[in-house]
Design a protein around this ligand. Structure first.
Ligand SMILES: Cc1ncc(COP(=O)(O)O)c(C=O)c1O
Length: 418
């Protein structure tokens, strides 16, 4: 597509003239039967269920997912109900409801509900395990330079606090095979290694790691594995029970598209008594996972909305969503990968990533690339410039269409030529 066609298309998308006016439409709470919709019409319908910002193309759903109108309508109902019932709700229903929601969530991620708690985000879930692990002086932990910063910060804190030795590995953007990745972690294990943290999906590149094989290897050495699955629940099809991990943490306001402030933590039964909670709870039975989930008073309407987000995901279907996200990522990635001025930081093998990808331009700093994409083309992304990743993270969502990706492709080709 040439630049003129691009500008015509972007105009047709309603991106110019710029307006700061957001159009909040009446939320449509119906999930209609789409059995006779073809694929293209189905995704058009999904797009229509979102209020999209008129001033820019949102290719940064990696931070969190905006929620579709049906979920938003339900969330507003929950907020109104809790505001009406007030303390009556909190005293009589809050914890019963939370248990019911946890039960539904455990069915979605496929693990027993006795091993699952709802948290406020992945940071809380993962930091709870890192900080609450029964560390002893001289113990060793392994994680990757490509892991999320807050978890690396917590490892540094426990290193200072408990004299834990930190071993940092680096994951190549284009691994040869699973064995290469497994051996990177394996090479750092010693008799003192207690815990490996590994990203199920590396957030800066979208690379999916072979968790099952890493867990199997670690088990042979008696090392526990904490999986950072912040980007995985609701993004692609997997079962926690299949992975063989010891702990799993995820955000739910990312790909399950719950309202902001929801996450989950899975802990294998044998480890529940050994983890110190972040906030102490009145549950004194050491085998009950609820002892790890004290939050104090917080906006519990978000917890209730998890049910509605699961309903919306099931309406789309996780396999269909996974296929669509992978298709959208491949759509732009395949169009750009042969340009010699462009660097792809995400594996080409479609099984090693899903919706998230990362791309850079040789000799252009990621920060400048993100700035120019936004200022000159009204495309919102995020710059990544650390470890072995120099580029912008590109994260389309179920509401994005290929016309928007065409705009992105033309923008990248234009910028690569300047
Ligand atoms: C890999 C990874 N882990 C953890 C987190 C933290 O998630 P939250 O901010 O929802 O706690 C993020 C957030 O982007 C992430 O990308």
């Amino acid at each position: 597509m040439d630049k003129r066609t691009f500008l015509k298309n972007i105009g047709a998308l309603g991106l110019f003239p710029l307006t700061n006016q957001l159009h909040y439409e009446e939320a449509d709470s119906k999930l209609i039967d789409t059995a006779d919709y073809n694929e293209s019409d189905f995704w058009k319908l999904v797009r229509s269920q979102y209020n999209l910002h008129p001033d820019f193309i949102n290719l940064e759903s990696g931070y969190y997912n905006i929620i579709p109108k049906p979920t938003l309508a339900k969330q507003i109902e929950h907020i109104k109900r809790i505001n009406l019932e007030g303390s009556f709700y909190m005293r009589n229903n809050r914890f019963k409801d939370k248990a019911m929601v946890t039960d539904q969530l455990s069915k979605l991620v496929n693990c027993p509900s006795d091993n699952l708690v709802i948290t406020r985000n992945a940071t809380e879930s993962l930091d709870l395990v890192i900080s609450g692990f029964p560390w002893e002086k001289g113990d060793e932990a392994i994680y990757a330079l490509q892991d999320y910063g807050s978890m690396q910060d917590m490892f540094e804190q426990i290193s200072k606090r408990h004299n834990v030795v930190l071993k940092k590995v680096s994951i190549p953007n284009h691994p040869l095979n699973d064995e290469e990745i497994v051996s990177i972690y394996k090479s750092q294990i010693t008799a003192k290694t207690k815990l490996i943290m590994v990203s199920h999906m590396i957030n800066i590149t979208g690379q999916i790691l072979p968790i099952k094989k890493i867990c199997l290897m670690a088990k042979n050495y008696g090392v526990k594995v904490l999986v950072d699955g912040a980007h995985c629940v609701g993004h692609f099809d997997f079962k926690i029970d299949d992975l063989g991990c010891d702990y799993y943490g995820s955000s739910l306001h990312k790909w399950l598209a719950t309202p902001l402030g929801a996450g989950l933590l899975y802990v294998d039964s044998k480890h529940i008594p050994n983890i110190w909670p972040l906030i102490a709870d009145h549950e004194k039975n050491p085998t009950k996972i609820q002892r790890l989930s004290h939050t104090g008073t917080h906006p519990c309407s978000t917890d209730l909305s998890i049910i509605d987000s699961i309903e919306y995901l099931n309406w789309i279907g996780i396999k269909r969503k996974e296929k669509r996200l992978n298709y959208l990522k491949s759509y732009w990635l395949d169009a750009l990968k042969d340009n010699p001025k462009i660097i792809i930081n995400t594996p080409y093998d479609k099984k090693r990533s899903c919706g998230i990808g990362n791309v850079g331009i040789r000799n252009m700093k990621p920060e400048l690339l993100a700035k120019r994409l936004y200022e000159e083309f009204k495309i919102f992304t995020v710059a990544i410039d650390y470890a072995n990743v120099k580029g912008c993270r590109i994260t389309p969502n179920v509401f994005n269409n290929t016309q928007e990706l065409d705009s992105f492709i033309v923008a990248m080709q234009t910028l690569a030529d300047t």
